[in-house]
Design a protein around this ligand. Structure first.
Ligand code: 1GP
Length: 248
C-alpha cells in the first residue's frame, strides 16, 4: 500500500513547521458553492483538504467529492463521518478509531465494515487515533458516535489515551473538540500531550482566529484543521490562517 499522502504530510511538517488543513463538510457545500470555495483554497497556501461530516442529509456526497477532486490542487483526504461517505475519489483517508469513546461500533465495528471496501477502492489509509475532548458544547460527533468526550480538566486521561494510540501503532493523533466547539483545545493541553508522544498531532474544533491557530502550533500541534471559521470567509481569511500556521 502506498504511503504517498502520509509522506507528503510529514514533508509539510519538515518544510513549514506545521500544516494547514481545510475541512469541507459535504453537507454544507453544494457543487456550485464548491467551485468558488476550492479555488480560494487552492490560492490560500493550505496544505490539504479534509472532507467529511457527522451527518449528510442527501445522497450527493460522492458527486461533491468528485467535484472537489476535479478542481483541487491539494490532496483530498477523507475524514470519515461514516462509511456512507466512502468513495473512490479520495487520495487517502484517515483510518480512524474513536479511542476516547467506549462505543465498540466506532472503535472497531465501522472499520471492519469499511476495510474490504477500502482495499477494493485502493485508497491509501492513514491509521489515526481520534480523541474527542469536551469543547464546552454538545458536539455532533459526540452525539452521533454515542461517545463521551474526555473532560478538559483531566489532562492525565488525555495523555494516557494519546500514549495508548501511539502504542497501538497509530500514525497520527487527532485532538478534536468538535466542529464549532465553544472552546478549542487549550494550548497547555496540547503541550502536555506532545511531551509524552512523538507522532504528529492534528488539532481541530472551534479554532476561530489565525492567532489561536498560531498559538496551537507553538504549543506543539503539527496540523491545524479549520472548518467553520472559513465556511463563509473570503480568500484573505484563509490566507491569514495559512500564514499564521506556517513557519515564517
Ligand atoms: C471538526 O476539527 C474540525 O471536526 C474542525 O472544526 O469546524 O470548528 O473548525 P471547526
Amino acid at each position: 500500500m502506498s504511503d504517498k499522502i502520509y509522506n507528503y504530510l510529514l514533508s509539510v511538517i519538515e518544510e513549514k513547521g506545521a500544516g494547514f488543513i481545510v475541512l469541507i463538510d459535504p453537507d454544507k457545500n453544494s457543487e456550485d458553492r464548491l467551485e468558488n470555495k476550492i479555488s480560494l483554497i487552492n490560492e490560500s497556501g493550505a496544505d490539504a483538504i479534509f472532507v467529511g461530516g457527522s451527518l449528510i442529509l442527501d445522497n450527493n456526497c460522492e458527486d461533491r467529492v468528485a467535484k472537489i477532486k476535479s478542481i483541487s490542487e491539494l490532496p483530498v483526504i477523507f475524514f470519515p463521518g461514516g462509511i456512507s461517505q466512502l468513495n473512490k475519489h479520495y487520495d487517502a483517508m484517515l483510518f480512524m478509531s474513536i479511542l476516547s469513546g467506549r462505543n465498540p461500533h466506532y472503535l472497531i465495528g465501522e472499520q471492519v465494515i469499511a476495510a474490504p471496501i477500502v482495499k477494493d477502492l485502493g485508497i491509501e489509509v492513514i491509521p489515526t487515533g481520534y480523541l474527542i475532548i469536551d469543547g464546552g458544547s454538545n458536539s455532533s460527533v459526540q452525539f452521533m458516535s454515542g461517545s463521551n468526550p474526555i473532560p478538559i480538566e483531566k489532562p492525565d486521561i488525555l495523555i494516557a489515551h494519546s500514549l495508548a494510540a501511539q502504542y497501538l501503532g497509530k500514525k497520527l493523533i487527532y485532538l478534536e473538540s468538535g466542529s464549532g466547539a465553544k472552546n478549542s483545545i487549550p494550548n497547555e493541553i496540547i503541550k502536555a500531550v506532545t511531551n509524552y508522544i512523538n507522532i504528529p498531532i492534528i488539532v481541530g474544533g472551534g479554532i476561530r482566529s489565525p492567532k489561536s491557530a498560531h498559538d496551537k502550533v507553538q504549543a506543539g500541534a503539527s496540523f491545524i484543521v479549520i472548518g467553520s471559521a472559513i465556511e463563509d470567509g473570503g480568500n484573505q481569511n484563509i490566507k491569514e490562517f495559512a500564514d499564521a500556521i506556517h513557519r515564517s
